[in-house]
Design a protein around this ligand. Structure first.
Ligand SMILES: *Cc1c(COP(=O)(O)O)cnc(C)c1O
Length: 497
């Protein structure tokens, strides 16, 4: 199987290893597979008996055909091992009625980015060898919190790759800061920036664009790469857990082979929900994709009007990983639906004017599969409370947005519709303990770190393992630098390694 850019009508092809190494296509587009592999009912039946790592290796081997099955099995077995995902990756929990929660946060940072970032670095490490790359990779990340930590955990101690994370010193929560400052690993570096997230992000972008830095690093045998969520190596592993959820429903006897199920995903960059759509394209019996947004409801509007307009206020919410006005992965859906030429036109318009409108037939085709709903802050808090009181289910703020959207969607379904609904749960409630606490009890916890213990005590639930004893861990990184000094810091680190 080969890959091409979403904007390239000439269909120039690349191998999986090449696209994982490159990230973005040369024309600025995203890579997509040039054909859809199929998943038959017999294959789904066979997967039911497999562990999560085996399910992952089998699905990934359909897309990454220049990796051997044994390589993928080795990587998946390490990525989704019991130490990293105690009790198993992606458990499906029955919440109430026809609603299930697909918990994607049992990994080393207690949020769903781990599902991809535990495997993607291993795929990249192999891609260096497969593409004949002589240099080692240095991953640069600017983070407003969660992605940085998940990337650090994913890349730590991976062969031929090192990672450097920059975060705004006053722009992340105390828990997030502690998580990064206490990071372990021989190939990691964490650096706080005086400034805000934009300063950190602009700094990283400038370093990527700087030919002199590239030259200096090249002479050290190093090239720069990103851990970006548009990389195919991050998207492909996300297809697996939707197949896995279907298998788990079959195994429980809650559905029969071929029964269609619905999926609801708390959406930011559109990666997670797009992975579900790809599973459907392969043959997994999925019906509708409910795209859940918070007050930054640009996708809700797009799905109902066909116009994507980022000229709107940006809101900071208690589901910060969904505070996004450019959902990059939507470009892949546009390409699947409208083709490369139109996609390129839409993206030009987005860049130029911050807005594009798709044709009526494209809008209708997307609406066959996708429907959008959103939850504002009050609805999110109410959902956290309701689910804890009525179903004894403790949801984080992002999951609560999705549970609210799922309910709004179910209210539009015909009476007696018995379709199962799988809601993607993207973070442990302990990752956002303060807001969960306040939503439940109407008062603030005594302080953000104490919120973990107080939430645990009051709800009789356990703190997710990566967040236990955070205050007692050894701090390994204390540097705070000016944004202007980022390039020097990168070069210094590259020389040291
Ligand atoms: C990244 C993230 C999301 C959004 O996922 P996308 O793939 O960007 O749509 C939702 N919830 C949490 C907790 C996240 O970290």
């Amino acid at each position: 199987m080969l890959y091409q850019s979403t904007r390239d009508a000439s269909h120039k092809k690349y191998s999986a290893a090449e696209v994982i190494k490159m990230g973005l296509a040369p024309d600025g587009g995203l890579f997509i597979p040039d054909q859809m592999p199929t998943l038959t009912e017999d294959e789904i039946s066979a997967l039911c008996a497999d562990s999560y790592p085996v399910r992952a290796a089998k699905i990934l081997s359909k897309f990454l055909t220049d990796y051997t099955y044994d390589e993928l099995l080795e990587d998946c077995t390490k990525a989704y091992c019991e130490d990293s995902f105690p009790g198993g990756a992606a458990p499906l929990v029955h919440v109430k009625d026809n609603v299930y929660s697909l918990e994607l946060w049992h990994g080393p940072t207690a949020a769903f980015k781990d599902m991809a970032l535990q495997i993607m670095p291993r795929l990249l490490s192999r891609a260096l060898t497969k593409t004949g790359e002589q240099r080692d990779a240095l991953i640069l990340v600017a983070t407003s919190g969660d992605t940085g930590k998940a990337a650090l955990e994913g890349y730590k101690d991976i062969d031929r790759i090192s990672i450097m994370v920059f975060y705004p010193v006053d722009g992340v929560s105390r828990v997030q800061k502690l998580q990064m400052a206490t990071q372990t690993g021989s190939n990691v570096n964490v650096c706080a920036i005086r400034g805000n997230f934009d300063d950190a992000q602009t700094g990283v972008k400038n370093i990527f664009a700087d030919a002199d830095i590239a030259q200096t690093l090249d002479s050290e045998g190093v090239f720069l790469s990103s851990a970006n969520s548009i990389n195919w190596g991050r998207l492909a592993p996300q297809i697996v857990y939707y197949v896995s959820a279907y298998c788990d429903l079959l195994t429980r006897g809650d559905i029969k082979m071929g029964d269609k199920i619905d999926v609801c995903v708390p959406t930011g960059n559109f990666g997670n929900i797009l992975a579900a759509y790809i599973a459907k394209c392969m043959g997994l019996p999925l019906r509708k994709f409910v795209c859940a947004s918070n007050t930054n409801n640009i996708l809700t509007d797009f799905l109902s009007t066909g116009t994507y307009d980022r000229n709107r206020p940006f809101h900071l919410t208690m589901s910060p990983s969904m505070d996004i006005l450019i959902s990059s992965n939507l470009e892949r859906l546009l390409c699947f639906t409208a083709g490369e030429d139109k996609t390129a036109t839409y993206m030009e318009s987005l860049k130029r004017d911050g807005v594009y409108s798709v044709d009526a037939d494209v809008k209708a085709a997307i609406a066959q599969n996708f429907v959008g709903f959103y939850a504002d802050e009050a609805a999110t808090s109410k959902t956290i409370r309701d689910y804890f009181e009525d179903a004894n289910y403790l949801a984080d703020t992002h999951t609560a947005v999705a549970l609210s959207a799922a309910e709004q969607y179910l209210a539009t379904c015909k009476e007696g519709d018995n379709t199962k609904m799988v809601v993607a749960s993207t973070a442990s409630p302990y990752k956002f303990a303060s807001d969960v606490y306040t939503s439940l009890f109407g008062t603030s916890p005594s302080d953000p770190l104490a919120a973990l213990d107080e939430l645990s005590e009051k709800t009789s639930t356990e703190i997710a393992y990566p967040l236990r004893g955070l205050g007692e861990r050894k701090v390994n990184f204390t540097d705070v630098i000016d944004a202007a000094d980022m390039p020097a810091e990168v070069v210094k680190y590259a020389k040291k390694n």
